[in-house]
Design a protein around this ligand. Structure first.
Ligand SMILES: C[S@@+](CC[C@H](N)C(=O)[O-])C[C@H]1O[C@@H](n2cnc3c(N)ncnc32)[C@H](O)[C@@H]1O
Ligand SMILES: [Zn+2]
Length: 598
């Protein structure tokens, strides 16, 4: 006992879910308790993946069985018919069937949903997971201990102290952990490149940007497997540093209220671009903005023909510098000719040189992923799974609220408008969200909320309609005169073509709102945000932004997000916290300040 006590001296035991880790007071290995949301969401995805994979495997076996049956029937039939009738036609028919069956069987082999571990005769192996940037191993341990049906979990880190801590934590977590989790000291990129298509799940959870890991990660995921990827460099992705964003992700961000959704779409476009280099493509299943970071979950498949459709899934964004109206310009379009369908460069430009609403110029951002960023079936399955296992998720409230809001988003509508922003442009009072939503629905369009911003409204209504609704609103809620060159003045100088009807409609409230289900939650405690990286000097800046406790117990750290600028931290803290309307409005104002031009 004394021995154990001696060994544990200087360590604190941290428990999250089923896993326990030993953290040394020197804080030489990274741990952030706020990332429990991230880890819980990933566990929810993993559990759903295991279920879906079983369903897909059963469907594949079924299909294979049927095609084998067909081949058998046809072969037997052919033999019988050949002896009895010697019918050329029947043989012909059968030949066709045989060919079909061979094609189908061949297709089954290439079936995109097949992961590498399915290659065995008929058995489905437990999924193999790579946690490429593992730190203490907490995440790997939680996957191994909490997810039924999971296979081996390989935890890699290039930091010696982290790998030692990880090995210690594996031991500390007992026999299941010891049999399932392995720790390796390696550069994640080298490990992934030397294990092509080996992992059914690859998890990237870096400090800051994942950009340097993407190329190797897309190569190490098995066909039909999942890449889970976090990015915490929100200031870069949200337009604080457009050129840096371009150099890391190959896309220009534009500053807007939708910047966190744009960040998700930039990351997806970047992963797709890396995947395409290896004849692979992504299918997003869930893309979330939580706390101070974004995290995407995508499946990866191989198909030389499908990658030709990538330009159809990408768009540039034109955003007016005066009124923030935005328009999407698809990179590709479909051309049908003589029964064949091809993709061709998109027609453009979709906007004139000057904004038709206010006369100002456009900034151009992108390319972004403009196809859906979630798979609704997955989202609903995840939500149901999480609700059924409530006690298994320490961050249950947070992840159910995020998944609920996502389940109600319009998945085919990229980006969103903010009612407060529209009103700020016109300098008018704001209609309630319900009135505005009703006016959009009464005009014949769809509208939903957005999980990334409590004030965001996604709609398929064109900007003309949105501005007409606001013009009608201002007619009954007049404003003080504004300078003539002001964007709002120019917008209001035009008569609306549409007569807005603000009469409340039932569908103006989402199901969750109607049932008073919480869609946005406050942070559980102060300074719930990015943590510091092992090995850097803490300054007073860190303590003022991250809380005074940062100075106690850790003497040498750096802020978790890569760029680690003050703006990053502000942005991350402000990113999503709210709850009631008052706080939302206040936060929105602060957010505006943190993401506006210096
Ligand atoms: C943010 S921490 C990971 C946190 C962990 N996933 C969790 O949930 O607690 C990032 C880790 O990546 C490691 N790392 C950074 N660059 C790496 C590389 N090229 N190869 C392997 N590990 C790396 C760092 O040492 C650090 O431990
Ligand atoms: Zn404009």
């Amino acid at each position: 006992m004394g021995d154990v006590g001696e060994k544990l001296k200087g360590y604190t035991i941290i428990k999250e879910g089923e896993a326990e880790i030993l953290m040394h007071s020197s804080n030489s290995v990274f741990f952030n308790k706020a990332q429990v949301n991230n880890r819980d969401m990933s566990i929810a995805v993993l559990r759903t993946f295991i279920d879906k994979r079983k369903e897909e495997h059963a469907a594949m076996l079924n299909k294979k069985g049927k095609s084998e049956q067909k081949v058998l029937e046809c072969t037997l039939g052919t033999e019988a018919e050949a002896t009895t009738f010697q019918s050329q036609k029947t043989n012909g028919d059968c030949e066709m069937h045989l060919n079909q069956s061979i094609d189908e069987a061949d297709e089954t082999v290439k079936e995109p949903t097949m992961a590498s571990s399915w290659k065995g005769p008929r058995e489905l192996k437990a999924p193999k997971v790579l946690e490429a940037l593992a730190a203490s191993g907490l995440r790997a341990l939680r996957y191994a201990r909490e997810v039924d049906g999971i296979g081996h979990v390989i935890a890699v880190d290039n930091d010696k102290a982290s790998v030692e801590a990880c090995r210690r934590n594996i031991q500390f977590n007992g026999s299941v952990a010891c049999s399932k989790v392995e720790a390796h000291l390696a550069d994640a990129r080298v490990h992934m490149l030397t294990h092509p298509k080996e992992f059914d799940v690859v998890d990237l959870d870096p400090y800051g940007s994942p950009s340097v890991f993407l190329d190797s990660a897309v190569q190490s995921v098995a066909d039909g497997g999942i890449l889970m990827c976090t990015a915490t460099d929100m200031a870069v992705l949200c337009g604080g540093n457009g050129e840096v964003c371009y150099s890391k992700y190959g896309s220009y961000p534009v500053k807007g209220k939708y910047c966190h959704e744009m960040a998700l779409r930039i990351l997806l476009a970047s992963i797709e671009s890396h995947a395409n280099r290896y004849k692979r493509y992504i299918v997003p299943i869930l893309s979330v903005h939580m706390d101070f970071y974004i995290r995407v979950f995508v499946r990866i498949y191989t198909s030389a023909s499908e990658i030709k459709n990538t330009p159809l899934k990408l768009s540039y964004v034109y955003q007016c510098v005066g009124c923030d109206s935005f328009h999407l310009q698809s990179l590709g379009r479909i051309v049908s000719k003589n029964n064949s369908v091809k993709s061709a460069p998109g027609f453009g430009p979709v906007v004139p040189q000057e904004c038709t609403h206010c006369g100002k110029k456009f900034n151009m951002g992108g390319p972004i992923w403009s196809a859906p960023i979630h798979d609704q079936e997955w989202v609903l399955s995840m939500l149901a799974n999480v609700k059924a296992m409530k006690e298994k998720y320490p961050a249950y409230d947070k992840i159910t609220s995020v998944l609920t809001t996502i389940s109600e988003e319009l998945h085919d509508v990229p980006l969103f408008v903010s009612l407060h922003n529209l009103c700020a442009t016109l300098k008018c009072t704001s209609p309630s969200a319900v009135m505005f939503r009703s006016a959009v629905i009464n005009a014949g369009y769809r509208i939903s909320g957005s999980h990334v911003n409590p004030l965001g409204l996604k709609s398929d209504a064109p900007m003309d309609v949105i501005w007409d609704i606001m013009r009608c609103w201002v007619k009954s809620h007049p404003i003080r005169a504004q300078p003539p060159d002001h964007s709002g003045t120019v917008i209001l100088s035009k008569e609306p073509k549409l007569q807005a009807n603000f009469a409340r409609v039932v569908a103006s409230l989402s199901k969750a709102q109607a049932k008073k289900v919480k869609r946005f939650l406050p942070n559980p405690e102060r300074h719930w945000g990015p943590k510091v990286r092992a090995g850097r000097q803490i300054t007073s800046k860190h303590s003022s932004l991250l809380g005074p406790q940062i100075l106690t117990g850790s003497s040498n750290n750096e802020v978790e997000n890569g760029a680690a600028s003050e703006q990053d931290v502000n942005d991350e803290h402000i990113a999503e916290q709210d709850v009631n309307d008052e706080h939302i409005a206040k936060r929105q104002k602060t957010h505006d300040l943190s993401t506006s031009d210096p």
